[in-house]
Each structure stands twice: as C-alpha cells, then as structure tokens.
Design a protein around this ligand. Sequence first.
Ligand SMILES: NC(=O)c1ccc[n+]([C@@H]2O[C@H](COP(=O)([O-])OP(=O)(O)OC[C@H]3O[C@@H](n4cnc5c(N)ncnc54)[C@H](O)[C@@H]3O)[C@@H](O)[C@H]2O)c1
Length: 275
Amino acid sequence: MSEFDFNGAHVVVTGGASGVGAALLDVLDELGKPRVTVLDINQPSGPHSAYIQTNLADPASLDAAAAQIGGPIDALFNNAGVADTSQRDIVLAVNLLAPIRLTEALQPKIRDGGAVAITASVAGMNWPQRFAEIQELLSLDGWDAKSAWLDGRDLGVDTYSFTKEVMQVWTMRDATRLRQNGIRINSVCPAPIETPLLADFRETIGEAGIDFGIQHSGGRPVSPREVATVLAFLASPAASFVSGQNLDIDLGFRASLATGMLDSSAVRASSSGKE
Ligand SMILES: NC(=O)c1ccc[n+]([C@@H]2O[C@H](COP(=O)([O-])OP(=O)(O)OC[C@H]3O[C@@H](n4cnc5c(N)ncnc54)[C@H](O)[C@@H]3O)[C@@H](O)[C@H]2O)c1
C-alpha cells in the first residue's frame, strides 16, 4: 500500500454534494475506497458510505452531526463554503465558524497521525493586513464569542475574503496545538474553480476581477479535480511531515504578486471594475 492510499481509512468531508467536494469523493474512491462520511445540506451523489444532512450555518445541526460520527477518523476535509451572494451571517458561519467548531468537535476522534485539510482560497492572501485582528478573533473560545466579535464589525475587506484570510491564519496557528495530538492541518488556496460557486463570485467580485485572476493563473479556471487531488495528498500519509501550510493552487498567481512580477495595483483596478 502506498503513502498516497486511503485504503481502510475513515474520512469526513463537508460540502461533498457539489464542486470540489464531489470531485474529492471520486478521487478518494480511486485512492483505495475509504469509508467516507459526508456532511452537507444537500445529498451527495458521488461515492460515499454515510451522509448526514447538516446545516453548517447552524451550530446545533453541526454538533448533532459530529456526535453521530464514530472514530477513529483518519482525515477531516473542511471544504463546504458559500460566497457573498449569501447573507453575511451565513458566510461567516459556514466558511469560518463551522470549520473551527467541527474540527474541535471531531479532534478527540481523529487518530494520532491523522490530518485536517481545509479548502481556503487565494482570496485570503491578504491576511497579513489584518493579522492582529484575526489573532484576536482566533483567541476567543467558541462560536458565540467569535460571533459576538464579528457582529456588525467592519472587517476591512469583503466578508468572503475575510473568512478565507482567517482560514489561512488558523491553519498556521492551529498546527502547533494539533501537533501535540499527532494531527496535521493544511489548507489549499485555489484560484477561481470551475464549480457552481464561480457564477456567485462573478456576481459579487465582478467579471473583471474574476477574469483578471483567471488570466494570470493559467488562462482557465482550476478544475475541481485539480483541487481535490491536492487536498487528498495533503491529508494522506504522503504528506506526513507537512503541517501549517497554505498551498496555493493558482499556477503562480500569488507568487507573481509577492515578487512584483505582477503589479498588485492591477488587481485593485480590476476588482473595482476599471480593468
Ligand atoms: N469556486 C471557486 O471559484 C472557489 C475558489 C477558491 C475557493 N473555493 C472554495 O472551495 C470550497 C468548495 O466550493 P465549491 O466551489 O466546490 O462550491 P459548490 O457550491 O460547488 O460546493 C459547495 C458545497 O458546500 C455545501 N454547502 C453550502 N452551504 C452549506 C451549509 N450551510 N451546510 C452544509 N453544506 C453547505 C453545498 O451544498 C455544496 O455541496 C469552498 O470552501 C469555496 O469557498 C471556491
């Protein structure tokens, strides 16, 4: 059996009914047919062993789902997400509060050597601009305290991007705590992906902003499978010494901004519809 193999493993996937999560069910099936429990508001159609209908915007629904999942768990994929076409409270809950709460709820059932993988986004690349506030938020215990901190606050950026900034910082921050339990945590940060959510981003970010991102990350959207294979790798024993990493899946888009090969003012102009 290779280190990339999920044979005999128990895996939990959120958002497995569509897009990246649906592609992940196929990839995992090809990588050894693990036992897969899907948490989603919608019924998945891809290969899975158990489906627990869950509204991740509702902590009671999340807790009830987590309680139904037996251990040991080898890998938890926090993948479900929504765009700013949803209400602010829902975006904050599904994209930010839920992954943290689900990870904390399932952590005692994740085995030593297990892994957590998160679908973050290239939209979260500007986390250093809000690092102090994000640290303050992440230092608060529990859903209610974090909700109260977020309530009505000017986040300094659109809600969706803020949630993905927090996911990147949380991935780095929680690596230390989880390592003490033998658990790794990593995220993927994809450029626009060819999923139903992309139409929502075209509405919220604007055509110019999305097309700019696509143009400078390979000329086409990432496929859901190209994200799912990286997620599977990060959660597999093949990545056994990798933790606290936010792995861009963008054909060098963020790297080109970081090194000045691409002018970041062009991104701002495109997002404000000027390009
Ligand atoms: N599509 C993109 O361009 C893009 C880019 C970067 C990152 N991402 C991230 O990829 C992840 C997967 O998104 P996708 O593009 O596959 O979108 P998608 O809409 O195809 O899939 C999202 C899944 O999440 C589920 N979901 C939504 N709200 C839920 C809720 N309240 N409770 C339970 N499940 C819920 C949906 O039913 C669906 O199965 C998200 O975290 C998203 O932010 C997407």
